[in-house]
Design a protein around this ligand. Structure first.
Ligand code: 3DU
Length: 220
């Protein structure tokens, strides 16, 4: 479970080296509840670099590799990510129960949170056609929560109404992709996930603060 102080997760999609990454993160760590890393780090700084990040910054690290393979590969990846200091992993729902069952149990045993991707901020129509099925699947698997898009507030509301308060909803698509800051959490998400609006800004701290004000006082 991600502890909620501010309701904001940084999508840290950068190809920077670890030193630059750590300096940047230290500048805004008090304003964000988790750091989402993914393919950019894996391909640029590699697993050792990710380990350096997780050791250098004291926060919740979410790995967004949208994992979606057959069971034994999924389980291997989860174990490796755990060794790298990762706390939560985003997985595709589309691979279905047989490929998710074992990994959901393994993750609980290892203390890793699984967040299931069940709708996408752009496209993803096959997900949206099967929303109820995937939400039910996630609740039966005993995962930590779901990824639901800020660009589709009706979906956030629907998922929240289905799962109650027992699951965390993480919402990407805020800022550059068109979601208005504050409106995903106002629709029922626990956290907004923001990347480029913060990372590419000349003043990341000021932008982050303004997103936090919108989360506290949404105008949607
Ligand atoms: O658009 P941004 O730069 O704020 O980044 C959004 C992040 O959320 C990015 O890491 C992307 O991989 C992730 N994401 C989506 O944008 C949309 C989804 O449906 C799921 C994840």
């Amino acid at each position: 479970m991600i502890i909620r102080h501010n309701g904001l997760i940084l999508a840290f999609d950068v190809d920077w080296d670890t030193k630059r990454s750590i300096v940047f993160l230290r500048g805004i760590m008090d304003l964000i509840d988790a750091v989402k890393v993914g393919w950019l780090q894996l391909l640029n700084i590699g697993p050792n670099g990710i380990k350096e990040l997780t050791s250098g910054i004291n926060t919740y690290f979410l790995a967004d590799i949208k994992l979606g393979d057959i069971a034994h590969i999924n389980e291997y990846v989860i174990r490796r990510l755990r060794d790298l200091g990762i706390n939560g992993v985003i997985m595709h729902a589309v691979t279905g129960r047989e490929n998710l069952n074992g990994v959901a149990k393994l993750s609980r045993d290892l203390g890793i949170d699984i967040f299931l991707l069940i709708s996408m901020s752009s496209g993803g129509e096959l997900y949206d056609l099967n929303l109820d099925y995937n939400v039910k699947l996630g609740t039966e698997l005993g995962i930590a929560g779901f990824v639901v898009p800020a660009t589709k507030p009706n979906i956030i509301r629907r998922v929240r109404s289905m799962v109650g308060n027992n699951y965390q909803l993480l919402s990407p698509g805020v800022g550059v992709q068109g979601g208005k800051p504050g409106c995903a959490t106002a629709s029922g998400a626990d956290f907004e996930i923001v990347g480029r609006s913060i990372i590419n800004s000349e003043s990341p701290r000021e932008v982050t603060l303004s997103i936090l004000s919108a989360i506290k006082d949404p105008r949607c």
